[in-house]
Design a protein around this ligand. Structure first.
Ligand code: GLC
Length: 450
């Protein structure tokens, strides 16, 4: 069994740490301007201009079953869909606002169709809910708000009541956790409370003296304790992230490949964690973006993440017609091809035990089955014919390439090669690999341990 014990979580993370791989879906009005989900604030778009996107929103090619089948084929076991992003537009039929998808030409409750379709395909269902809301009349204008540079911003902000907005969030979270069946993940995003010494930090230059809460917002403003209590009262097992500024089930490094398993800052316990990443730079559909990751980068990120005991949440930004564009489908097909043959090295796996980590050959990552019986050597850099690994003599029952179950021959204490200077040592195992890398990104050696 794995020797790694993670800090106890309030929600049920057992399925989560087994399944390892999920799909993030960022979908909203911002798919129409098609240049980042922060477009409203990045370009200070006036309300009447942004309203054009509400008036014209009609993802007529949306097909929840197609989304679900594509995610499943890619090897993803869960999904997290934006029910509401920072723009404040609701992808569900909320009775607390008119700014919702059922009031557009599309006319249907997209969250309901998403939840039903993904559940029908056997995937766990998650919802992202933005704490930030650039549309709500009671959301105070702050250092991120699209209206912050308006000449009358201070006037616009008068009367905005954060408490009313916090109640609005509790009401909507109640709707989301009541009307759409079992929700497995509630992904809040994000807090940005302003430190007392902000004045000395140039990154806070957008803060104005009249802004409430020093132009930032955190757990006090969200009334996060109450918000989380509301969620757990409805779905006690639900997994909740850490971005309300109150620790819950998972920490969520974003667009970042950690180099060690995240630990609790006070207790140093290992944490349940999930890296979230985009195929390109933007979370929302970005038509003209050219920074799409290569197939190897996509697979490397998944392996890197699981080799450190984490989950990978890979994001798709659908087009405003409602489908995944060709670039997204091509990226998902890379995962489908690799997971088809190599998912055994991901599902139910975690960081390899220290005895193996300490001797991992250069250019490899290791994962290990939670029952400890199978070690996976991921060849991130394909070695030239011989792969030496100390500390393994006497421990291997059998070894094969995972993708085609072709035997990998190995010798102990040294290689069978005649070359002068080859390594010989009592604890050594030398794997003999094909000279030419198999036609697989990051080929995996499956080692059955004695
Ligand atoms: C950041 C971005 C937000 C995105 C989130 C995904 O918080 O501001 O747009 O939804 O990352 O993790």
């Amino acid at each position: 069994m794995s020797s790694y014990v993670t800090r106890k979580t309030p929600g049920n993370t057992a399925w989560f740490t087994h399944d390892r791989f999920g799909m993030f879906i960022h979908f909203g009005l911002y798919a129409q301007p098609a240049r980042h989900e922060w477009i409203k604030t990045n370009e200070f778009i006036p309300e009447e201009k942004y309203n054009k996107y509400f008036e014209h929103f009609n993802p007529d090619m949306f097909d929840a079953r197609q989304w679900a089948k594509t995610a499943k084929a890619a090897g993803m076991k869960y999904a997290v869909l934006t029910a509401k992003h920072h723009e404040g537009f609701c992808m569900f039929d909320s009775k607390y606002t008119d700014y919702k998808i059922t009031n557009t030409a599309f006319g249907r409750d997209l969250v309901k169709e998403y939840a039903d379709a993904f559940r029908a395909e056997g995937l766990h269902v998650g919802l992202y809910y933005s704490l930030i809301d650039w549309h709500h009349p009671d959301f105070p204008i702050d250092r991120l708000h699209p209206r912050r540079k308006d000449a009358d911003a201070e006037q616009q902000d008068k009367g905005r009541d954060m408490k009313k907005y916090a109640k609005y969030m509790r009401d909507q979270v109640t709707e989301l956790l009541t009307n759409y069946g079992k929700i497995d993940i509630l992904w809040f995003d994000f807090s940005y409370s302003t430190p007392d010494d902000y004045a000395s930090n140039p990154s806070y230059s957008e803060i104005k003296p009249w802004m409430q809460f020093k132009g930032g917002k955190g757990k006090e403003q969200w009334e996060a304790e109450e918000l989380i209590k509301t969620a757990r009262s409805l779905q006690p097992d639900i997994i909740i992230d850490n971005r309300t500024e109150i620790e819950q089930d998972i920490v969520t490094p974003e667009q970042y490949q950690v180099l060690s398993w995240p630990r609790h800052p006070e207790t140093n316990e290992l944490l349940v964690w999930e890296a979230c990443q985009t195929f390109s730079g933007s979370w929302g559909y970005y038509r003209d973006e050219q920074t799409w990751k290569s197939p190897k980068m996509l697979i490397d990120m998944l392996i890197n993440t699981v080799s450190l005991g984490g989950n990978l949440l890979m994001n798709v930004g659908p087009t405003a017609r409602g489908y995944f564009d060709k670039r997204a489908n091509n990226a998902l097909a890379v995962y489908e091809e690799w997971m088809k043959y190599n998912s055994r090295a991901i599902y139910g796996c975690t960081m390899a035990e220290p005895e193996f980590l300490d001797v991992a050959p250069r250019g490899t990552r290791l994962t290990q089955s939670a029952d400890g019986k199978r070690l996976y050597i991921h060849l991130m850099e394909y070695p030239y014919h011989y792969l030496e690994m100390h500390g393994m003599a006497g421990k291997i029952e059998y070894a094969q390439f995972l993708h085609d179950a072709s035997e990998i021959l190995f010798t102990e204490k040294g290689s069978n090669h005649f070359s002068e200077g080859r390594t010989k040592s009592d604890d050594l195992v030398v794997f003999e690999l094909p000279y030419i890398k198999p036609d697989v990104i990051d080929p995996v050696i499956e080692v059955f341990l004695k």
